[in-house]
Design a protein around this ligand. Structure first.
Ligand code: GTP
Length: 452
């Protein structure tokens, strides 16, 4: 069921993960270069004391340290240190202050770096540039000022650690990384017959959930994407959802449920399935054939009632549907039956006399629920019909039949968001047990489950 849509959702997830992986590989190369330069700087820093001693003995000689530190300045990730060792030595009292400042700065940077590494769980992750993203430090003005101040006084040792902290710091996913995969997802949703506004809502939720989201490592991209997709789909699919059985159990008896929709979508079969489902919930039911319009309708529903050994109320063809259902309510009250299941003639929302019949049923019988029945395979048509039916004669929920034959899932995803009324059941075959309670969470989980 809905396998085509499942495939498309999986490829969206893979697209985003691949984007992250590609950029992480690029950044790994950059980080290796940075690390090498930082290591050279460390080496230079370590040899600095000897060089200073040599310089003190022979002030005119150029030391390796100056040359090495020039190499270090060439490295873009490193901060600029303009105070060269000989200058510090030349200064009188300030040299102690300068050294003190440098020591403090190093200490504060190291503690900052330690924090950063701890925060990142110590694990090495791709550098901030990994996924075309900026570290939170880049975006936090205070952090930028502080790091620029610290940077001026940093020792090369803490510089290397800081580069590591950047690499293990929290990173932020930006819109540009999702642009292409989201475009592909939008096309996939529309191809799956998801209604345009519903597709846009799904994409909007994914952007809200992912952009600005920080994550520690590339391999958590999959978790982020799955979570964003899960929430976006659930957000639209579960609109108006309620516990059907609980509502029936708690309502005054007999509960009157009317089934409406166009011809041939599976209304009569769904009534028979519903009768079986209610039986499994310990609730008795009587069927009423309000389809007095179509020749053969009585025979069709009578067959189901006989197969299930259930009571059926019918009138002659051409009779008044409201009268048939009214008689069924009288029967249920007299025989302590829990639920009346009223079929109606298949109709389009545009056929005025059939819609007028529904209005009369509502006036005469005042049903507890009106369920719209359509076939999942009808996709967008089913969504638009549900909307029109709800506008013409308010529905309380929908049953989507023939979901077993639908690989797209567009109607199942769209109807609730478009009408504001929940899908309550899925028809999943021609048998009397092929009626499933619609569970948004279960549907989303099955759509996002890894392909076998
Ligand atoms: N595969 C599949 N077939 C179904 C399902 N529900 C109904 N059908 C079949 O769809 C056809 C039409 O079902 P009906 O119940 O007669 O449809 P209807 O809406 O009552 O049609 P009218 O009485 O003409 O209004 C039948 O052959 C059913 O067996 C389902 O969930 N899956």
């Amino acid at each position: 069921m809905f396998d085509g849509l499942k495939e498309k959702l999986n490829s969206f997830r893979k697209d985003v993960e691949e984007t992250a992986e590609e950029k992480a590989e690029e950044a790994d190369v950059e980080e290796a270069v940075d690390a090498e330069a930082a290591a050279e700087a460390d080496a230079a820093a370590e040899s600095e004391p000897e060089a200073e001693a040599d310089a003190a003995a022979d002030p005119g000689a150029e030391t390796d340290v100056d040359a090495a530190s020039t190499d270090v300045e060439a490295d873009p990730t490193d901060v600029d240190t303009d105070a060269s060792p000989t200058e510090t030595d030349d200064v009188g009292d300030e040299s102690d202050d300068a050294v003190a400042t440098e020591t403090d700065a190093t200490a504060s940077t190291e503690s900052l770096v330690d924090e950063e590494v701890d925060e990142a769980g110590g694990a090495a992750a791709e550098p901030a540039e990994a996924v075309g993203i900026r570290s939170e430090r880049d975006t936090d003005p205070d952090a930028i000022d502080a790091s620029e101040d610290e940077a001026d006084d940093e020792s090369t040792v803490s510089r290397f650690k800081r580069a590591k902290a950047f690499a293990t710091g929290r990173i932020i996913i930006e819109e540009e990384d999702l642009e292409e995969p989201l475009w592909a997802l939008e096309m996939a949703l529309l191809e799956s017959d998801v209604e345009m506004n519903v597709a846009e809502r799904i994409l909007e939720t994914i952007r809200e959930k992912m952009i600005g989201e920080s994550r520690k490592q590339v391999d958590t991209t999959a978790e982020l994407v799955e979570e964003a997709l899960h929430d976006a789909l659930l957000d639209v699919i579960s609109v108006g959802q309620f516990d059907f059985e609980e509502r029936i159990q708690q309502a005054d008896k007999p509960v009157v449920v009317i089934f409406t929709g166009v011809n041939g979508v599976g209304k009569t079969t769904s009534i028979a399935k519903m009768s079986e489902y209610l039986e499994s919930c310990g609730l008795s039911s009587v069927m009423a054939n309000g389809d007095t319009y179509r020749a053969g309708a009585n025979e069709q529903i009578r067959k189901h009632a006989e197969n299930l050994d259930r009571k059926l109320i019918t009138h002659e063809q051409g009779g008044d549907p409201a009268a048939v259902i009214y008689d069924a309510v009288e029967y249920a009250e007299a025989h302590d039956v829990d639920v009346v299941l009223g079929d109606t003639a298949g109709r389009l929302h545009t056929s005025n006399d059939l819609m007028a019949q529904l209005e009369k049923i509502n006036r005469v019988v005042d049903p507890d629920m009106t369920l719209f029945v359509d076939e999942a395979v009808a996709g967008q048509d089913a969504v638009q019909r549900a909307k029109k039916f709800d506008e013409a004669a308010e529905i309380d929920g929908a049953i989507l039949t023939k979901a077993d034959a639908d690989s797209q899932g567009g109607a199942a995803i769209s109807i609730a968001y478009v009408t504001g009324k929940p899908i309550l059941f899925l028809g999943t075959g021609q048998g009397y047990d092929d009626l499933e309670r619609f569970d948004p969470e279960a549907l989303v989980s099955s759509l996002l489950a890894d392909e076998e």
